[in-house]
Design a protein around this ligand. Structure first.
Ligand code: SF4
Length: 433
């Protein structure tokens, strides 16, 4: 009796056979009368065949919240303590498990993709570090993911220790070796989940952001902390930071943008609440308060353009694509930015500065440099005014605006996504890393 999800087998030829592959061999054998001598009971059992994996596997909602991750990080030293792993020394087990957790947290790869990382899984070019990993689920190998210097340093520390260790001969090329040569797979398997479960159980207090009737924070449900949930956290973190959906799709190595989009779904209620907060904090190009009279006014009488809202009627009608003066918004009477645009404005000022340097290097005419300087001054004034107004608000109101800003940026990231040729993911053989 064979199940689709029967564990894979490593054959003498070095070829992996998954449960599904074996079912197909049985089907083929039956159809071609090549298995006539095999008993009838050796067949696929339909009741054990699970439906194809749903595309919602990566759906949002199962992310470990960032405040909970911060509490886990504060107890990192407990990860792997008391966990046994074959002949490995306790200090090495702890370092290995802590490394695996940090890489899981920082890269958002699936647990199997972390467990099966190669020993040579890092590439460095100057200050840029890349993780080479295999998309085991989709069988796309030698994928590349940009990672931070800190994450790369964590991996390097373990790589150095790992090279000094005696590991099962089959595990030589893996970053996280298996327990013994008799293990079913050549690299770490379920131990990461088991070590995590023990670690989470050993942390004395883990609180959620929810409050009880007395205003005390409620305990966080520890069963929601498991390796795969950190993939959701990674996606949610990037979505909340306003990373465009097409970029996140590449980072997650999704084929379909629909899967990635699930992380950007913002309920209509949350969006309207965010607008209700934000509409009171819009200013005009001179920094004077220019609040929208209602949520409907904000939505119907303005359109989001790259650095703020625009109230110019023909541009509103054209969905923001018909600006007659090429988005020189900081000099336009129809410009209505709010704090949710601050990161975009700051980035734009940096771009304008770079353009000005280029213009000077090209010996461009004075009017070109002057125009860029005027835009830099105007946008900087807008940003300074908003920051100053935010600073003078009470803490709780500031936090409310920050949250609303995140929601609105997410809405815009979904709507505005452009397909950018941002991530180069080369196909390489696993041995190349
Ligand atoms: S420059 Fe004026 S009209 Fe053009 S997008 Fe900006 S605010 Fe709207």
């Amino acid at each position: 009796m064979l199940s689709r999800w029967a564990p894979r087998k490593h054959t003498k030829s070095g070829v992996y056979l998954y449960g599904q592959d074996r079912l197909e061999i049985v089907d083929f054998g039956r159809k071609t009368d090549m298995l006539t001598s095999m008993p009838g009971s050796f067949d696929r059992d339909k009741t054990l065949v699970l439906p194809p994996e749903e595309t919602s596997e990566d759906a949002a909602g199962r992310a470990v919240p960032e405040p909970v991750i911060a509490q886990l990080d504060a107890h990192l030293a407990l990860m792997g303590v008391g966990f046994s792993y074959g002949e490995m020394e306790p200090a090495d087990i702890e370092l290995m498990m802590q490394t695996a957790y940090l890489v899981l947290r920082d890269t958002g790869r699936r647990p199997i993709e972390i467990s099966s990382l190669r020993l040579k899984c890092l590439e460095a070019h100057g200050d840029e570090n890349t993780l080479i990993w295999d998309n085991v689920k989709k069988r796309r190998y030698g994928r590349k993911l940009p990672i931070t210097r800190e994450t790369a340093a964590v991996i390097r520390t373990w790589q150095a220790r790992r090279r000094q260790l005696e590991v099962p001969s089959r595990s030589q090329k893996y970053l996280f070796p298996s327990i013994t040569d008799r293990s079913g797979i050549a690299h770490m398997g379920a131990s990461l989940a088991n070590a995590m479960r023990e670690w989470v159980a050993a942390i004395p207090v883990l609180l959620s952001d929810e409050l009880d009737e007395q205003g005390n924070r409620l305990p966080f449900d520890r069963s929601l902390i498991f390796p795969y949930a950190f993939r959701h956290s990674y996606a949610q973190r990037h979505a909340d930071a306003g990373v465009p959906v097409d970029v996140l799709k590449e980072l997650m190595d999704h084929r379909s943008i629909v899967t990635t989009m699930s992380y950007y779904q913002v309920s209509l209620k949350r969006k309207r609440e965010a607008i209700t907060t934000m509409r009171k904090h819009t200013i005009d190009r001179s920094g004077r308060p220019a609040p929208f009279t209602s949520t409907t006014d904000y939505e119907a009488q303005s359109v989001a353009v790259p650095f703020g809202n625009c109230r110019e009627p023909s541009n509103v009608k054209a969905g923001g694509k018909a600006c007659a003066i090429r988005f020189q918004c900081a000099g336009c009477g129809f410009y209505r930015p709010d704090p949710s645009y601050l990161p975009a404005i700051e980035e734009h000022v940096n771009d304008l500065r770079a353009d000005r340097e280029t213009a000077k290097a090209m010996d461009a005419d004075d009017f070109v440099v002057r125009n860029l300087t005027d835009q830099i001054t105007a946008f900087t004034n807008v940003a300074d005014t908003m920051r100053d107004r935010l600073r003078r608000l009470p803490q709780d109101e500031r936090e409310e605006i920050e949250e609303a800003s995140g929601v609105l940026r997410k809405v815009r990231a979904t709507r505005d996504h452009k397909l950018l040729p941002l991530t180069v993911i080369g196909k390489e053989t696993p041995d190349a890393c």
